[in-house]
Design a protein. Structure first.
Length: 393
């Protein structure tokens, strides 16, 4: 056992090449099995001024900026239990290392689901899903991860265990930990457990699908967003900006067929199917991955900006104002920078992943001074994933 492992009483191994975070190799990988063991690791790291990066399934460790330093990769793969599923209350409590696929199967056995459509579900974990904070297609109806989160247990940089929401034992006064830690990229502490609000599995699902010209997408999306048939999601897929777009609107629950047919009539084209589109909610390649959030009324401007670039494929919500862009081909840094400038005229742009070190990944963030104060409050020693997030937080 390493000296760190001896100090904290937790399994610690030497790191290998596959443990690098954004190209930065750690020295050790710690494998805690309980909340108390996470706390023991962080206390030992605090005493030695070691920088820690939490990891789940490793699907998004190359997202965000490389850490300024990474001494310890805190691998939560052994935190893989679902300690509580109160099916009658539509509530589940899961450890951070549970994969989203495993959680979905556990809930489905009771006819329930956590209404988050996450990419890489077989490997993405509860903690990683919260830390990245990426919404899925059905966020239009059910909300994002932070909306479905009702309780959280975190371990702070000094080893303090804190709880918020749910069955509260100890709070950090004045802070909603769930909202702070969702989308924080591991820069505030370690998510150890999460409690979510659930929904019954819908009796039926139907999709109204169609192929549209770019000029028709924005008015169709506006009609679908206000439709009485209440779609759970309206997604677009545009793999080639020189060609047409594919649109799919999802209806769930009772009378899904007639309601989907009503949406098809609003679209004015296409068909109704019970088969989920093959591209629905997928991320196919994320060596370059750009998230654009915008007022739904700005959809046409976003499509125009993507068309002007030509090298990006688009997929995402036409009604929530959130799309992801993947590189269709290799893009030079200046080419991608020009695309980001066009896109930022239409909405908020975050570069989740890219090989180019000189990119402005987040643009201007008005809340950055507040975010820095929060970072100072939770991690004054800058030991938690230092430099990975907005403004080098």
């Amino acid at each position: 056992m390493s000296s760190l492992g001896s100090a904290c009483g937790v399994t610690v191994r030497d790191a290998g090449e596959d443990d690098a975070v954004g190209g930065v190799p750690p020295r050790w990988v710690a494998l805690p099995e309980t909340v108390e063991e996470i706390a023991a690791v962080l206390r030992a790291c605090a005493e030695r001024d070691l920088a820690v990066v939490p990891a789940g399934g490793g699907t998004k460790l190359h997202w965000g900026l490389p850490p300024e330093r990474c001494d310890v990769l805190l691998d939560l793969c052994c935190m893989n239990e679902v300690p509580e599923h109160a099916a009658g209350d539509l509530v589940v409590r899961a450890q951070a290392g549970v994969t989203m696929g495993t959680l979905a199967a556990t809930l489905a056995a009771k006819g329930q689901e956590l209404a988050l459509d996450v990419p890489f579900a077989d490997d993405s974990t509860v903690g990683g899903t919260l830390a990245a904070g990426l919404p899925g297609p059905r966020s239009f109806r059910y909300g994002t991860a932070r909306d479905l989160l009702i309780g959280i247990t975190v371990v702070l940089a000094d080893g303090t265990v804190a709880h918020s929401g749910g069955k509260v034992v100890k709070n950090v006064a004045g802070y909603d930990l769930g909202k702070l830690f969702t989308g924080s990229y591991g820069t505030l502490g370690v998510i150890a457990e999460a409690t979510f609000r659930l929904h019954p599995l819908p009796a039926e699902r139907r999709w109204a699908v169609a192929e549209l010209r770019r000029a028709d997408v924005a008015p169709v999306a506006a009609r679908l967003a206000a439709a009485q048939a209440e779609p759970s999601a309206v997604e677009v897929d545009w793999p080639d900006p020189a060609g047409p777009l594919r649109l799919a609107a999802l209806v769930e629950g009772t009378a899904a067929g007639p309601r989907a047919e009503a949406l098809r009539e609003l679209i004015g084209a296409g068909s109704v199917t019970g088969e989920r589109p093959s591209w629905w909610g997928l991320i196919e390649r994320d060596d370059v991955l750009v998230e654009v959030r915008f007022p739904p009324s700005a959809l046409e401007a976003v499509l125009d900006a993507v068309a002007a670039t030509g090298g990006l494929a688009l997929r995402g919500s036409a009604v929530s104002g959130r799309v992801l862009l993947e590189a269709r081909r290799e893009l030079a840094e200046d080419e991608l920078t020009a695309a980001l400038t066009r896109l930022r005229a239409a909405g908020r742009v975050n570069v989740l992943a890219a090989p180019h070190a000189g990119l402005d990944r987040w643009g201007q963030v008005s809340a950055l001074p507040l975010m820095r104060r929060v970072k100072e409050r939770f991690d004054p020693g800058r030991r938690m994933s230092p430099g990975r997030f907005v403004g080098g937080i």
